[in-house]
Each structure stands twice: as structure tokens, then as C-alpha cells.
Write a protein that binds this ligand. Structure first.
Ligand code: ZN
Ligand code: ZN
Ligand code: ZN
Length: 368
């Protein structure tokens, strides 16, 4: 696996926020937060791995000795502290906290409680708090490098979908077979990992997060296909709902309504607009067309180093959108016992509006 080199500007911005929120030391376990600063996810296991960011100097990477080679290329910008089996890794963190004179320590959500409780016992004078308010502010607004990687992840995902539509059939295949084929195509396009592939045919489509199974796709089934992969840790996430042959009665009308709602939400996305207003724009279209009760989830979520992250496009979230945020726009209509339809694209908020990351057709597609 190759990783991108760490971006020093992120560390700088983190330290500005640490200073303004009176945090002396940040401890990050293996996670998307860890990857944000180091370029790699880190290995989450019973052995302690932690990134330790103080107010100045190179951040420390406390890692199990047998995994130190995985971090060797970071030695110029991080201080590597390798601990051997049989040694006490918590002692390394205690020393780091003491030598930096840190009083307020912020810990990310993926720093395991087993380690944290030991550390708190041994540093009773320190105050501990969550790092997530600081980290979400950093990660919610993507920098140029992140936006380029998200573009690339979506471009490759689109290419896999276009190949699928041109060469593959739905009728007579199981959901699992379709998911397996699409997963192969995602990897063939150079995505590093398939993150998820929901294939929900006919009545299964009425369950938005259906677990892909052995149902054989029948002629006339709409098939909700929601899939994505990652590229250098950045995720794609797209949904299309093609039909195996000719759509059942009522489906084309619902499809048109969902597409109109998706466009209305896209048109509402720009800097300064509260997240909930984008959800409302889509919901209003579906309500006016009689599908209000069948749109049973929020409109969308942020995407970056994780598939679901801030900001959430949901009623009750009045946080304004800002340039550099990347969100999904995914309204759906789900008719129990019959079928579902969802259309999803990723969208980046620009200085004066929005741009779609997915470029493949939204039109109602009939596949063999
Ligand atoms: Zn979902
Ligand atoms: Zn999705
Ligand atoms: Zn999504």
C-alpha cells in the first residue's frame, strides 16, 4: 500500500485551534483523524498506537515496535517512539504529557477507553476532554488536496458504473452476484478498497439499507444500487436505481419526483445556506408530489476520510454550509412491499455555489 505524504498545513491549523481552545496535547488513536495528519489509517489493535500532537515540535507517533517499519517514511516529520511487547506503552504517553507540561489533554473518539482510563488514573492532575469538536471543524472543510482526491474517487466510481451499464445484465442474477461484479469493476478502476455495495431489488428496495442477499432479480424489478470505494482513504458514494426491463406501474412517476427533489436540493446548495434548508428543498418537492411519507431518511451526509461524517443535511441542523464541504444529495422514495428509488450524488460546496462530483446520467435506465 502506498500512502500520500502528510500535509504540514493541517498540523499548523490544528495547532491554531488548540491554542484558541486551550488544548495543550491531542491524543489520536488509529482512525480517520489519525490518517488526516499522517496519511495512513494506523493499525487499530490491542497494542497501543497513538499520534500525540503537542503545541510545538514534531508530533510523536507511539507505535508497537513490530509495526515501526510501517511508519519509517514519516521519520523526518514525526518523532517515532516504538515500544516492545512486554513494555508499558501508557508510560510513554505519561512521559510525553509530563515533559510538555500539558494540562488540558484532548482525546479523539477512537482512542480506546481501555487506554484512556489507565492514562487518567496515572495523570490525575490533568483535565481530559474530547478532541472531536476541534477535529470536526478541521475535517469538515476539505482542502484542495482532499477535494482533488474526492473528485478522483468519484470519477473512478462513475467509470465503473458506466462500464456496468454498458456490459452487464440484471435479470436472472442474484443481488450478491451484481454486487460482486460491481465491486470487481471498482477495483479495476483503481479504487483501493470497496467500502460497500448495496443491491436491493424489487421489494427489497423499500429498505434503504437493505442487506444484499440471494434474491434473483426478476423482470420489471427496480434495483437500488448504492456503492462506493476509497482512493487514498477518501470515499465515493453514489446511488442509481435502474430497472430490469420495463418499470412497474407508478415507478416512473416516483422516479421523476425523486430526480426533481435531487435537483432542487442541488440548486439549494451554496455557502451560507443552513444544512436543514437543503433537506427541506428536497422534502418539499416530494411532499408536493404526494411522496412525503415515503421519504424516510435525512437528505445527506458529509463525506471525506469516512463515508458518513459532518455536516449532516437533516432537519434541525442549522449550521451553514461553507466552501470546501462535500456532502451527499440522496433523496429516496420507499413503497413497502413494492420497491424503492434513490438517486445519490456527491456534491462539493464551492465559493459561490456547488459542483457535482458524480457525472453519470440520472435518467431512468432500463437494463437487460
Ligand atoms: Zn445510506
Ligand atoms: Zn450511498
Ligand atoms: Zn450516502
Amino acid at each position: 500500500m502506498t500512502y500520500l505524504p502528510p500535509n504540514p498545513q493541517r498540523l499548523e491549523r490544528a495547532r491554531q485551534l488548540m491554542a484558541s481552545t486551550a488544548i495543550d496535547l491531542m491524543l489520536l488513536g488509529p482512525s480517520a483523524d489519525f490518517r488526516y495528519f499522517t496519511g495512513r489509517p494506523g493499525h487499530l489493535s490491542e497494542r497501543l498506537t497513538a499520534l500525540v500532537i503537542g503545541r510545538e515540535g514534531p508530533p510523536a507517533l507511539v507505535v508497537p515496535k513490530l509495526e515501526a517499519p510501517l511508519y519509517a517514511d514519516l521519520e523526518s516529520s514525526f518523532r517515532l517512539i516504538a515500544w516492545a511487547d512486554g513494555e508499558d506503552p501508557i508510560a510513554q504517553l505519561v512521559t510525553l504529557a509530563q515533559t510538555t507540561g500539558s494540562r488540558a489533554i484532548a482525546v479523539n473518539d477512537q482512542f480506546w477507553s481501555g487506554f484512556l482510563l489507565q492514562l487518567q488514573d496515572r495523570l490525575p492532575e490533568r483535565s481530559f476532554r474530547r478532541a472531536s469538536p476541534l477535529l470536526r471543524r478541521l475535517r469538515m472543510t476539505k482542502d484542495a488536496e482532499e477535494i482533488a482526491l474526492l473528485h478522483e474517487a468519484s470519477r473512478r466510481t462513475d467509470a465503473a458504473w458506466e462500464y456496468f451499464c454498458a456490459h452487464e445484465r440484471l435479470t436472472g442474477r442474484t443481488e450478491r452476484e451484481v454486487a460482486a461484479r460491481l465491486s470487481e469493476l471498482l477495483l479495476a478502476e483503481g479504487l483501493h478498497e470497496v467500502a460497500f455495495c448495496i443491491v436491493a431489488s424489487g421489494p427489497n428496495g423499500a429498505s434503504p439499507h437493505h442487506e444484499t442477499g440471494d434474491r434473483v432479480i426478476q423482470p420489471g424489478d427496480p434495483v437500488v444500487i448504492d456503492f462506493g470505494g476509497s482512493y487514498y482513504g477518501y470515499y465515493s458514494d453514489i446511488t442509481r436505481t435502474p430497472v430490469a426491463g420495463e418499470p412497474p406501474s407508478g415507478f416512473a412517476d416516483a422516479y421523476e419526483a425523486v430526480l426533481e427533489a435531487q435537483q432542487a436540493a442541488f440548486a439549494a446548495i451554496r455557502p451560507g445556506v443552513p444544512c436543514q434548508d437543503v433537506d427541506r428543498a428536497a422534502r418539499q418537492v416530494l411532499a408536493e408530489r404526494g411522496y412525503g411519507p415515503y421519504f424516510i431518511h435525512r437528505l445527506g451526509h458529509g463525506v471525506g476520510l469516512t463515508v458518513h461524517e459532518d455536516p449532516y443535511l437533516v432537519e434541525g441542523n442549522d449550521e451553514p454550509l461553507g466552501p470546501g464541504m462535500v456532502v451527499s444529495d440522496e433523496p429516496g422514495v420507499y413503497i413497502p412491499g413494492q420497491w424503492g428509488v434513490r438517486i445519490e450524488d456527491l456534491v462539493v460546496v464551492t465559493e459561490d455555489g456547488a459542483e457535482r462530483l458524480n457525472r453519470v446520467s440520472h435518467e431512468l435506465l432500463r437494463l437487460p
